[in-house]
Design a protein around this ligand. Sequence first.
Ligand SMILES: CC(=O)CC(=O)SCCNC(=O)CCNC(=O)[C@H](O)C(C)(C)COP(=O)(O)OP(=O)(O)OC[C@H]1O[C@@H](n2cnc3c(N)ncnc32)[C@H](O)[C@@H]1OP(=O)(O)O
Ligand SMILES: NC(=O)C1=CN([C@@H]2O[C@H](COP(=O)(O)OP(=O)(O)OC[C@H]3O[C@@H](n4cnc5c(N)ncnc54)[C@H](O)[C@@H]3O)[C@@H](O)[C@H]2O)C=CC1
Length: 321
Amino acid sequence: MAVTRMGLLRTPYMMASFRRNLITSNSTQMAIKNVVVIGGGLMGSGIAQVAAQNGQNVTIVDLDQKVLDKAKNSINISLQRIAKKLFKDDSVKAEKFLSDSMAHVTLSTNPEQAVNQSDLVVEAIVEKLNIKQKLFQTLDAVAPTHTVFASNTSSLPIGEIAQSTNRKDRFVGLHFFNPVPVMKLLEVIRIPETSDDTYNLVMEWGKSIGKQTVTCKDTPGFIVNRLLVPYMMEAVRLLERGDATARDIDTAMKLGAGYPMGPFELLDYVGLDTSKFIIEGWAEKFPENPLFKPVPTLNRLVEEGKLGMKTGEGFYKYQKK
Ligand SMILES: CC(=O)CC(=O)SCCNC(=O)CCNC(=O)[C@H](O)C(C)(C)COP(=O)(O)OP(=O)(O)OC[C@H]1O[C@@H](n2cnc3c(N)ncnc32)[C@H](O)[C@@H]1OP(=O)(O)O
Ligand SMILES: NC(=O)C1=CN([C@@H]2O[C@H](COP(=O)(O)OP(=O)(O)OC[C@H]3O[C@@H](n4cnc5c(N)ncnc54)[C@H](O)[C@@H]3O)[C@@H](O)[C@H]2O)C=CC1
C-alpha cells in the first residue's frame, strides 16, 4: 500500500481530490485564520506551508533568522513542485498559486509578539519536554484567550506539555508527518481536559489544510510512532548484531514489505537526533519495555554530529543542498 501511495497520487482521481481539497478549504468559512508555527525546521516549515497554501496567514517563529530564511526557501521550492502538478498547463495560475501562498508567510524571531493575533499556535521545536513546557508557559501569558495551543511532538505526553499552561481545555496534540506537504495524515490527540469546541475546531482545521485526521488518546507515540519507532529501532539492533547491512535491510523492507523507504533511510529522513530523543524519553519512562531500549549506534552517530539528511550524513551520506 505504502509504495503505491505516491503512485496513486499521480492518478486523475487523486489529482482531482487534491484540487478539490484546495478549493474546498479555501472556500470554507474558517474559524482559524491566523496560525503561528513555532520552530522553522523540517516539520515547522511543512506545517506552515500547508496552512499558507490553503489561504491562512502564517507566522513562522524560530530562534535563528538563518533557519527562518531556509524555511521560506524550502517552502518556495516545495510549492513550486506542487504548482507544477496542479497547474501543469497553466503557468499563470501556477505563478499565482505560488505568489499567493508565499504572501501568506511571515517570519519572526519574537514568539510573544507573533502570537498576539493568533487563533492557533502549533509548536514544532526540539523534542524536549522541559523546553516545550517553558515555551508554552511564556506563550500562555501573552496569547489571546481564544487561541488554541497544539504540539507536534512525536513522543511526549500532550498532557504533560499542557501542564505548563492555564488553557488545558484549548490544548491538543496535532501530529503531522514528514514530508508534511505530501503525507496526508494528521493525528489529533485530545487530553481529558480538551473541550469539544477545541477538538471540533482542530478537526475542521485539519480538513481545511487537506489532511485526513485520525484521533488518538494521549498514549506514547500515538498510533503511527508507537508502531514505527520500535520497528526502526529493531532494524538498528539487527544491524548491530551484524545480521545484515543497512543497505540490505532497507532493500528488503522496500521490496519485501512495500515500504517507500527502508528503516535506515527513514531514520536519516526523520533526523537521528529526533529519533534518539524519542527512544531515550520512552526508555526513561518505561525502562521495563524492551521495545524502547536505546540503541548505541544511534547515540554514537548523534554524538558525531551525523543527524541524517539534514547534516549530510547519518546511516548514509548525502550531498549537501
Ligand atoms: C517521526 C514522526 O514523528 C512522524 C513521522 O513523520 S515518521 C515519517 C513518515 N514519513 C514517511 O514514512 C515517508 C516515507 N517516504 C515516502 O513516502 C516517500 O519516499 C517520499 C514521499 C518522502 C518521497 O517519495 P519518492 O517517490 O521517493 O520521491 P519523489 O519522486 O521525490 O517524490 C514523490 C512525489 O512527492 C512529491 N514531493 C516529495 N517531497 C515533497 C515536498 N517536500 N513538497 C512537495 N512535494 C513533494 C514529489 O514532487 C513527487 O511528486 P510526483 O510523484 O507527483 O512527481
Ligand atoms: N522529523 C520528523 O520526521 C518529525 C518530527 N516531529 C516533531 O516535530 C518537532 C520538530 O522536529 P523537526 O522539525 O524534525 O526538528 P528540527 O530540528 O528540524 O527543527 C526544530 C526547530 O526548532 C527551533 N527551536 C528550538 N527551540 C526553539 C524555541 N524555544 N523557540 C523557537 N524555535 C525553537 C530550532 O532552531 C529548529 O529550527 C519535534 O517535536 C519532533 O519530535 C513530528 C513529526 C515528524
